[in-house]
Design a protein. Structure first.
Length: 420
């Protein structure tokens, strides 16, 4: 007999008695009552499931590897050998030297190894076979490209780094004459060259007059953009010390020229405020020495706070013309004779002389870019944004080397070191 026969429905008779009407449902019979053990079994299954999942998620890392058994790349350098092979140099910090005690003072703080291969991956595999630890790139901070390899093309190296898992997309990318020499140098301030270079380029003071910070992810964007060209900092080794020496400019993934520190500052003077090169790729600090008006041989040092550059491109009657507007602000810091007796008229002369020097530095950098047909000033991007219908990459390649560019510089000195 089914339970519903005992419940019945309002206004209907119960089975077996057609004369008696129900005003309300009847009580559930004993055999239809829920079993007390069924709920307990359900709760038991849930607890068993939670315990099983806990064994999976709370059991720790199944492939854990202690730090002293890892070969941590902190710096990688890529050079081109005379026979066309890729030479990979890597720096491994010795983790046992980081601990306190007698072990911290024994031996060098880092080990540098090199290996060659026909490709970057083959060189990496050969280098990995020479290391007693398991190689890991999760701590990679610096990638240095040798100049010969950069001139041949850096895309193969960048593609290799992008395909390696767990790398830091904010690592520093630099160019040097010899990448291996940079990693084998032992700076006096810090004996791990790659970490010293990384911390040096990530400092707030690096936003200055001749270089800037270029992360890997932004470099990958520049390589693939048709209207933008990569520009990387250039580093040199003298003894065991590292020095900034201008910029390396690229066309696509190939290095085509190197700018001196003075020419590099000329490029950074004119950086656009919203340029894709780098938000810090503008002059925000530094010193400019200008001739002292009316004093032969005298110099006045100007300390600059910031600069702002704007690019305008006009297209009329089939003719292209560009204009670079640069506004610079700074202070008068010191005179060569120790005195700063400045008058309002002298202020104007100093500003005019500073504007002339800034304009000359920009013109020198622009001349090299036009000679190499590399639009490092991002004028193509300004033209494409202003005239999207007229934009043609092939046409820009033909026009840019002879494009007339008007350079306008305005220098404003806010204050001097002394008040008279």
């Amino acid at each position: 007999m089914f339970c519903r026969e005992y419940y019945g429905e309002r206004g209907k008779s119960v089975a077996g008695d057609g004369n008696r009407m129900l005003a309300a449902p009847l009580a559930r019979p004993w055999h239809c009552q829920p079993s007390p053990g069924r709920g307990k079994r359900r709760h038991g299954l849930i607890l068993l499931l939670v315990a099983g999942l806990s064994l999976i998620f709370l059991g720790g890392c199944w492939d854990v590897l202690e730090v002293d058994r890892r070969g941590l790349y902190t710096g990688m350098g890529f050079d081109l050998t005379p026979d066309g092979r890729i030479k990979l140099t890597a720096e491994f910090p010795r983790t046992e030297t980081f601990t306190k005690g007698p072990a911290a003072s024994r031996g060098p703080q880092a080990v540098t190894l090199s290996a060659t291969g026909r490709t970057a991956w083959e060189a990496h595999t050969a280098l990995e076979s020479r290391s007693r630890e398991r190689v890991c790139v999760c701590q990679l901070k610096v990638v240095i490209l040798g100049e010969d390899l950069a001139r041949q093309g850096m895309f193969q190296v960048l593609d290799f780094i992008e395909r390696v898992q767990k790398h830091d997309r904010y690592l520093v990318v630099l160019v040097a004459k010899n990448a291996e020499a940079v990693l084998r140098a032992k700076p006096s301030q810090y004996h791990i060259s790659s970490l010293y270079t990384w911390s040096f380029y990530r400092r707030p003071e690096i936003k200055q007059q001749t270089t800037f910070y270029m992360p890997l992810w932004r470099l990958m964007v520049l390589v693939h953009e048709p209207t933008l060209e990569p520009v990387l900092p250039y580093v040199e080794v003298h003894g065991n010390d590292l020095y900034l020496r201008g910029l390396a400019i690229f066309k696509g993934d190939r290095m085509v020229a190197r700018l001196t520190p003075r020419e590099a500052r000329g490029l950074l003077w004119a950086r656009q405020s919203r340029g894709m090169l780098s938000p810090e790729a503008r002059v925000r600090a530094g010193t400019l020495d200008v001739p002292w008006p009316g004093r032969p041989g005298g110099k006045i040092s100007l300390g600059f706070l910031k600069s702002k550059g704007e690019a305008e491109v006009s297209y009329e009657n089939g003719r292209l013309a560009a204009r670079l507007k640069v506004r610079v602000s700074g202070n008068v810091m010191e005179g060569s004779d120790g005195s700063l007796r400045l008058t309002p008229g002298l202020y104007k002369k100093i500003e005019a002389e500073a504007a002339r020097l800034v304009r000359q530095e920009i013109a020198d950098a622009l001349a090299i870019c036009q000679e190499k047909n590399v639009d490092a000033f991002e004028l193509a991007e300004s033209f494409r944004a202003a005239y999207p219908r007229e934009w043609n990459p092939d046409m820009w390649e033909r026009v840019f080397p002879t494009l007339p560019v008007d350079i306008q510089v305005q220098v404003r000195l806010k204050k001097s070191g002394l008040l008279w």
